[in-house]
Design a protein around this ligand. Sequence first.
Ligand code: ZN
Length: 291
Amino acid sequence: MTCKICGAEAVPIGSKMGTHHKQLFCFERCESCGFTFVANPWTDYAQIYNEAYYRGEGPDPWIDYVFELEHPESTIRIHEWQGILEVVQQLTKVSGQTKWLDFGCGNGGLVRHVKKAVGCEIVGFEEGWAADQARAKGIPVMRESDLASHDGTCDVVTAIEVIEHVDDPVGVLQRIRKLLKPGGVLFLTTGNAKPQRGKILDWGYAVPEIHISFFEPETLSKAMQKAGFSTQNRGFLRGFDAILRYKILKNLKKREAGGWESLIPWGPVTRMVDRTHQVTAHPIGIATDNS
Ligand SMILES: [Zn+2]
């Protein structure tokens, strides 16, 4: 198949049976830009991202959106929300006038957290069951049909663990670019495929029912640049310790923050974990002036 990032020819690197949805998923890799992708993704999104998925009964058993929505102060997710806000505050000034859109916001936990913490204008974008749950709680979550009215108005877009789910990453990045003002900031998180070279099928993140696009930092830079961003590599910014703290606790299946986990020296622990997984090596996107 042709690489969706750079147009070079990708080669098959193996296949993997889905654990939740019994289908053989074929992985291909582009040697030119490092993009790895599932060539035959399961695209019945209504089937994948249903209530069971968000309850942690789907392909990702570690997620727990229902608890997070009901317990925003005690869920481990609060570490991630705090960390994201801290990172974004180092990328741009966040004030009451800042317009921030969380693209692929799930049930809007980050939206609610940031609104409460800094009072800026923040909205989410999501479709499906999780979005309905958020709206029922009064969290502003837009539908696809509302998105165009926000074009060119955003200072910040976040896309937290979103890009690995989509089969047209450049198209999604272009959609995000349209939402931003020139100079606006895109902060996204996704796994880093670079340390997994040669063993990507064994990577725990390679859950092919849901994760279908895998990026090395250079691949993501290329995709962002193609979509109208300049890129910056800022490394381990303050806040990544909290983001990684959440990820580690999620993998340990811990649900509530506090208790023994607050005794862990997270600073050195998260730096050590990042040396292996290198999630902070991914670029930040700055919307270029496309006039
Ligand atoms: Zn490529």
